[in-house]
Design a protein around this ligand. Structure first.
Ligand code: HEC
Ligand code: HEC
Length: 615
């Protein structure tokens, strides 16, 4: 360590490291990449400061921003980046203070609104920033990459994120994830980039650290910048092997209760509607073939799925049937989210030529013929018309078919209303499903004997590799759409566009939450931002719940993975290779890569995620 003024010539530049006679930092000749082994476990090295340009002379900044700014990487001086913020643009140069008596740390944290670990960090910022002594020397800049659905972040999304934050710093959007490449490996969110404000050099990074590890790391970085002896890295405090933030995330995975209210369905919680819906769910006569009902592909003995790679109705479909025990909790329905309510979802299979191959006219006739009394008792608001006149009400038909298009507008509306009510009754039934508690629920409730050591190890890997970013909360899902390059299930191997194909179908449908058939159009989410084709939705699929997982295989939207070990192996390699045409899009930056051991270790935990259905 040196004290007093230290001048080191590097090339043609001169560096003054110490202002006002304060302690100075030792400098090495070349850009130091000294890796500090002690920190490798704690999320990477902390680099020594090694500026090569005189940034402050005679106590005055020599430059408005370091001129040597080159790259967005560990050890490099950051370019003067600028981000769209809450109150105008936020430029990195605002943080540059070459003549400050002591270095401060700019902590740039990248989060997404869908991300469970980011939510924890946002809400617990005070847990590591709360120490005033530390806070005086730390400035936080929060960057948001994406919204709840994983669409690129916008200003309204930023303001929603602000509400979750427990500490105040600047907030800006960064839809292109500028700092993705700072760490050599792909890292789960939230991603921390820590910058010395005297030089604007990235001195360390971290990913989803525990609060105490991050605090310690910041303390060590400051001590090093001040030229003090490096404090020891504290031993992690754990309970049964889990840090405090991991335990919080585990607790959040406890069994879900009743689904959230659905104002778009006035019958959502009407028992008589659910009773009718139950009969309709199992009724194969709503299909002209007499063979297909909802239960064909959502069988309670198979996790409310069908056990097949791709579902088979009248024909074989391209996608895997999801378990639907907790579908009533989901923000979006289908792998591509092309329905925004549960009742809207239920209308899809009837008119899908590969599933029921039925039509709204056919379904309405069946309701009138066999369920008239029950139907009229529940849905009394709009009496069903007499549909016995086959000229006025042909036996089958749906928009686009000649029989339908020739009908009078008010007759079409009357039939569509019956059809919509069928969807609302079935949704009311699905809302009564409850998953039974499993070992995770016991563990989340504090029973540490509920898991074997192998299962705990699997859970630990689930947390540390970042599965919990997306698979979080009671259903272990964020309800968002992600690109993971899972293989398609389509014949011929043609890649499935996922969300990119689902959004136009959603926007075009007459049955969305905001339109006339909804009981509360005003309660619908705004689809603003989805109007334009968004590149990141190509090949994106909805994160499925992991409850009732063991019984609901095969896995993935295409149903191409027969075992859970197949799924975790796929994750370890970050999905299908780029040139494999069975998938489109690029695997998202925050999806980590891991080895075959970790992939194996995950499985015993995933196998605990049972969830038989009670209705
Ligand atoms: C031929 C098999 C088949 C039939 C019949 C069928 N489904 Fe499905 N179901 C599927 C498949 C496959 C998907 C996924 C399709 C997609 O995402 O494009 C699905 C998706 C769903 C979802 C969305 C779950 C989620 O997590 O996104 C729900 C809810 C659902 N079905 C309920 C029903 C109801 C109610 C019926 C009867 C009206 C029904 N299904 C009939 C195969 C079927
Ligand atoms: C970036 C968000 C994200 C991360 C991180 C993530 N998942 Fe997923 N998971 C998804 C999405 C989206 C799918 C559906 C992918 C598809 O079919 O295209 C999925 C599917 C699955 C499935 C198949 C479930 C089924 O019913 O078909 C399993 C099992 C699973 N994930 C486990 C994991 C594990 C274990 C990890 C950690 C190694 C993990 N996930 C990390 C989003 C994520």
């Amino acid at each position: 360590m040196q004290s007093g003024v230290s001048l080191i010539g590097v090339g043609t530049f001169v560096v003054s490291m110490c202002a006002l006679g304060l302690a100075c930092t030792s400098l090495s000749e070349s850009p130091s990449r000294e890796l500090n082994a002690a920190f490798e476990d704690a999320g990477g090295p902390i680099l020594q400061p090694t500026p090569s340009v005189a940034l402050c002379t005679d106590n005055r900044p020599t430059f408005a921003y370091p001129p040597e700014a080159r790259a967005i990487a560990l050890g490099e001086t950051l370019p003067n980046l600028s981000f769209e913020g809450e109150h105008g643009n936020v430029a990195l140069k605002e943080y540059f203070e070459p003549c400050a008596p002591r270095s401060r740390l700019l902590v740039i944290r990248t989060s997404a609104l869908w991300c469970g670990t980011c939510g924890w960090h946002a809400a617990h910022t005070n847990a590591w920033l709360g120490d005033v002594a530390l806070a005086e020397r730390i400035t936080l800049l929060d960057l948001v990459v994406a919204d709840e659905d994983n669409l690129p972040a916008t200003m309204p999304a930023l303001l929603r994120f602000r509400k979750t934050l427990s500490a105040v710093g600047k907030l800006a959007i960064d839809p292109s994830f500028t700092f993705a490449s700072v760490s050599a490996a792909h890292v789960p969110l939230p991603a921390y980039v820590i910058v010395d404000t005297k030089t604007m050099r990235v001195i360390t990074t971290d990913t989803n650290p525990s609060a105490e590890a991050l605090r310690a790391k910041l303390g060590i970085a400051l001590a090093q910048l001040d030229g003090h002896a490096r404090p020891d890295f504290p031993e992690a405090k754990t309970t049964d092997g889990f840090t405090a933030n991991e335990l919080d995330l585990i607790r959040d995975m406890g069994l879900p209760g009743a689904p959230p209210a659905d104002p778009t369905n006035a019958y959502a919680d009407v028992p008589a509607a659910a009773a009718l819906g139950k009969k309709l769910f199992f009724d194969a006569a709503l299909s002209p073939s007499g063979r297909i009902s909802c239960a064909t592909c959502h069988d309670a003995r198979k996790g409310l799925s069908d056990g097949l790679p791709q579902s088979e109705g009248i024909a074989t479909t391209d996608r895997n049937s999801p378990g639907i025990a907790l579908a009533s909790h989901a923000r979006w329905q289908f792998w591509d989210g092309r329905a925004d309510t549960l009742w809207m979802q239920a209308l899809g299979p009837f008119e899908n030529t590969k599933e029921f191959a039925s039509s709204r006219l056919f379904v309405a006739h069946e309701i009138q013929r066999r369920y008239a009394t029950e139907y009229s008792a529940v849905f009394a608001r709009y009496p069903m018309p007499d549909m016995s006149d086959a000229a006025r009400f042909p036996p089958s038909g749906t928009p686009g078919s000649p029989s339908w298009d020739a009908m009078r507008a008010e007759d079409r509306a009357a039939v569509t209303r019956v059809f919509v009510d069928v969807g609302k009754a079935i949704a009311a039934f699905e809302r009564t499903f409850r998953a039974t508690p499993n070992a995770l629920d016991k563990y989340a409730g504090g029973d540490h004997s509920a898991f074997t050591p192998e299962q705990k190890r699997g859970l630990k890997v689930f947390l540390t590799t970042g599965c919990v970013q997306c698979h979080h909360g009671p259903r272990l899902t964020d309800d968002a759409f992600h690109v993971l390059r899972f293989p398609t299930g389509a014949r011929g191997g043609i890649a499935d566009l996922g969300r990119a194909a689902g959004v136009p179908l959603l926007l075009a449908s007459e049955f969305t939450a905001g339109k006339e058939w909804s009981d509360a159009p005003a309660s619908a989410r705004s689809f603003l931002g989805m109007e334009l084709p968004v590149q990141t939705t190509v090949g994106a699929f909805k994160t499925p719940t992991l409850r009732a997982l063991p019984a609901s295989g095969p896995y993935g939207h295409g149903g191409t993975f027969f075992t859970l070990a197949d799924v975790t192996k796929h994750y370890g390699g970050r999905g299908l290779r780029e040139n494999d045409t069975r998938a489109v899009g690029a695997t998202e930056a925050w999806v980590p890569e891991f080895d075959a051991n970790a992939a194996r270790e995950l499985v015993p935990f995933l196998e605990t995620l049972t969830g038989e259905v009670e209705d």
